[in-house]
Design a binder for this molecule. Sequence first.
Ligand code: AGP
Length: 605
Amino acid sequence: MCGISGIVHSENIGRNLFNSIRNLEYRGYDSCGMAMLQQGELDLRKNVGGIDEVNAIEKLDQMQGSIGIAHTRWATHGGVTQENAHPHLSPDRKFVIVHNGIISNYQELRERLLSQGVVFESLTDTEVFVNLLEESYSKYNDLEKAFLAALGEIKGSFSIVMLSSHDPDHLYCVKKESPLLLGLGEGCNYVGSDLNAFLEYTRKAIVLDDGEYVVLGRNEYQIRKVENGELVEKKVLHIDWDVETSKKGGYSHYMLKEIFDEPQTVRQALKIPREQISGFAEMLTDATHAYLMGVGTTYYVANISQYFFSTLANQYYPALSSDEFSVVRIESGDMVLALSQSGETYDTKTSLEYAKTHGAKTAAVVNVMGSAISMMVDQVIMQGSGPEICVVSTKAALAQTFIMLRVALELGLMRKQITQKDYQTHQQDLESFPQMVEQILNEQSGFVRNIARATSHVEHWLFLGCGVYYPVAMESALKMKEITYQHAEGMPAGFLKHGTLSMVEPALHTLFFVPLPEQKVLHDRTLNAMEQVKTRGGTVIAIMFQGDERTLAVTNQAIQLPQMSSLCAPLAQMIMAQMFAYYAALDLGRNIDKPRNLAKSVTVG
Ligand code: AGP
């Protein structure tokens, strides 16, 4: 998704501004650019391609000036071309802007401007705004008034940052339904579409709300309401994310680093105060109907959670994909619990809005502080997993699953479906899980890598599991598809014989998520499906637990985890499957941290 950055300083900031968009790379983009004010003139450089490619041509990091804006673009309106890349400059070269979101009425504005003789250079919705700025400045001869007048003409969702040679000391910023934050430094200030734009330079941040605009100087800022110009007092947040955690730290890819961050991520999830966890459980108990919602990986986390709630609290809450949520008739008294790493996902955000409009209570587990979803729900749990840079979600998904397990346990106790003694035992299992994760990461990665290498050529996979292991299989199949570009289908193991079995032959590989033998019913069902594949000549690979001789006898290859509690077992398997996908993609030479066609946070519909 597009990324915005802006800096106002007293020194040359070319290099810092360039770094700031590098820190936004993980959002996914296809072009980038920077604009700076140099000796009263706007210098604009942009092109298509990755940051280093564009820099090699445009020398972005050598640009001069103490005020500037930058952008990484993920094409929506207009193809991937140099003209469509941001920033966009006005015809008189006095205004330059970067924009995230969509100006929904841009067609009619464009037509009006065209009829007045304006010549457009790009096919973007954004370029209309820079023309409106030029037009309104000629009317008001005052930059702030011109900015507001131009804003008055556009509709849609947007965050915009403007730089103009009419005011060499300030950036003009606005936020409406697309994230924008300020970073406060010493003698310098920053603006960004997310914290990573300026986290390297400051930890002090302000989250802008919808309908606010800012005149941002290097030593001061004024935040006002677009509606009436009223000054707004904002809370300054101290961001405790460690900058180092957002760097690769010696790993070849962010994905691998983030998998190895998982013990720490679980520790953080354990630190979430019990009151917050029981707050969610109470909301669920009080609701007439409750729904679990997410999309992509978070939908699968919702599916896994469905099993936790049913097993531990004897409650069935349907899991729905955010993009399909509108099928549900929501009424006052209902509740929606959403999951979102970024907190900005369009489908999840709009479905929460829909639920709120119909009177539902809302709650969310979110990773990014100050994100739209974290601010809009009635109750939020900040998962504290630290920045997840790789496009695919690993540590954040694991932490969300773990947090939902905690909520289900709390609900189970509240609803007297588990005893205090069982609760304590489960709690101990959860507390020992970070150490278990460390152990399996250290012990298993070599085995997983070998199997992944040996099978990386396989183009079609079935990932199969029973009970809670079924959504684990689906999530793992998504991970495999995202980074290897190979086909993997997650399916209930018992479903196989109802049709898909016809595909089985030696080239078809199956990855089974085998429960602990003590989970007898699930274990037997899984084994049954494994035998069906084996007897038809299919290849059987298993993620299983040590000491399970029956399973071992059926597999071609196996990843054998140490015995652990049944609560943590599916989570441990999820980690192994993340690693399996990683090593397969590594062997195939894929762009693991930024898979083709994907963006970290999907903020458009
Ligand atoms: C995860 O690996 C995916 N890239 C994707 O499915 C993601 O989980 C989904 O877009 C939801 O994102 P969110 O957690 O930021 O809301």
